[in-house]
Write a protein that binds this ligand. Structure first.
Ligand SMILES: Nc1ncnc2c1ncn2[C@@H]1O[C@H](COP(=O)(O)OP(=O)(O)O)[C@@H](O)[C@H]1O
Ligand code: SF4
Ligand SMILES: [Mg+2]
Length: 343
């Protein structure tokens, strides 16, 4: 399990999201990509959003950043970042926040690095744009950060172009770029998925130690449960646009309760197997269409426990224990230890 708790549970959250929904207009109708998702994350804390491809992880993070596709409509009762209501910010204010107080890391660093500029110039540019200091100061910070992220010979590296770097090094540069402005929150969407396993581990360890040092909150999006186990303080398991289980990762791994979570955990390979096989999605069946009205439990076509009401009832979150909840009509006793074989 993770070396968790670099955060103080009494600190106010850096980000608080309540009932976030995103609907996307598609030719067939309205696609409910994200459906009333709520979570919060504190300074120094790592929250993992985990789930199969298409369950709404990326749209959730893009909604927070207000980087949604044009056809998408966002609603939320709360998106509070550092005491500020993000929904109330103008586009200009929002642009000032992005890459400055909220840093983002994506799966493919080339989406954020500009191929025609030297790394050093790109790092400095970010700093000058957001912090407004001088070029010398920017260069010093860039060199300092490159050393921090374990890059040998930083002065020379800063003169290189993105294509001259390996995938792992590029992702390190992305991390340095994000750190130029001292963000309070990092949103990392599958930051290591494209990398070799050994490099993945290095990058995750790096993120973890930087996060601890700079006391940043981290939202780590992944479909890899091994990554969650290694990194997360809290976890929100997403399915079909909803959070179906959430809690501390210790609680969720110890007492997985939603049939979907239990299915996922059964798919975790045993020690010795390659970490790339920690992929989700080996539960029989597919995610239902999210277009049009959704009634009942979205997991029912894959659930061994499904019964009549699951097709029609409103399924809310219920508690397993303090701070650990799941979305299902059945009580937690149904899923007590020893009954795992049924799921
Ligand atoms: N630009 C888009 N236009 C229409 N539908 C989209 C778009 N982006 C994502 N979606 C849909 O929204 C849902 C959630 O997608 P996404 O957040 O990307 O999933 P994840 O990141 O968990 O793999 C999926 O059904 C996906 O097909
Ligand atoms: S509500 Fe019904 S279908 Fe959904 S997870 Fe619970 S038992 Fe399964
Ligand atoms: Mg995604």
């Amino acid at each position: 399990m993770s070396g968790a708790h670099h955060y103080n549970p009494d600190d106010p959250p850096v980000l608080e999201v309540e009932d976030l929904s995103v609907d996307i207009k598609v030719p067939a109708g309205t696609l409910h990509a994200v459906n009333k998702v709520s979570f919060s994350v504190r300074p120094g804390e790592t929250l993992s959003l985990v789930g199969e491809s298409g369950c709404g992880k990326s749209i959730t993070s893009l909604a927070i950043m207000r980087l949604l596709p044009k056809a998408a409509r966002l609603s939320a009762s709360k998106i509070i970042f550092d005491g500020q209501d993000l929904a109330a910010l103008s586009e200009k204010q929002m642009a000032r926040l992005r890459g400055n107080r909220i840093g983002m890391i994506f799966q493919d660093p080339m989406t954020s690095l500009n191929p025609v500029y030297r790394i050093g110039d790109q790092l400095e540019e970010i700093y000058l744009r957001h912090k407004g200091g001088g070029r010398r100061e920017a260069r010093e910070r860039a060199e300092y950060l490159l050393e921090k992220i374990g890059i040998i010979n930083p002065t020379q590296r800063l003169t290189q172009f993105p294509h001259q770097l390996s995938g792992g090094l590029r992702q390190r540069m992305m991390i340095a770029m994000m750190l130029m402005c001292d963000p309070k929150l990092i949103i990392a969407d599958e930051p290591t998925t494209a990398l070799d396993v050994t490099v993945q581990v290095q990058i995750l360890q790096l993120l973890r130690s930087l996060q601890e040092e700079f006391r940043m909150a981290l939202i780590l999006i992944t479909h890899n449960l091994g990554v969650v186990a290694r990194m997360a303080d809290h976890v929100a398991v997403m399915y079909a646009g909803q959070v179906v289980e959430k809690g501390s990762s210790a609680d969720v791994f110890r007492h997985p309760t939603h049939p979907y979570t239990r299915g996922l955990l059964e798919c975790i390979p045993h020690p010795g197997q390659s970490a790339t096989r920690n992929k989700l999605g080996s539960i029989p069946g597919i995610v239902p269409s999210l277009v049009g009205r959704i009634d009942g439990c979205t997991f029912r076509n894959r659930c061994n426990y499904a019964f009549g009401d699951c097709a029609t009832a409103q399924v809310g979150l219920r508690d397993v224990e303090d701070g650990h909840s799941y979305r299902c009509l059945l009580p937690p006793e149904t899923f007590a230890a020893g009954k795992l074989e049924k799921a």
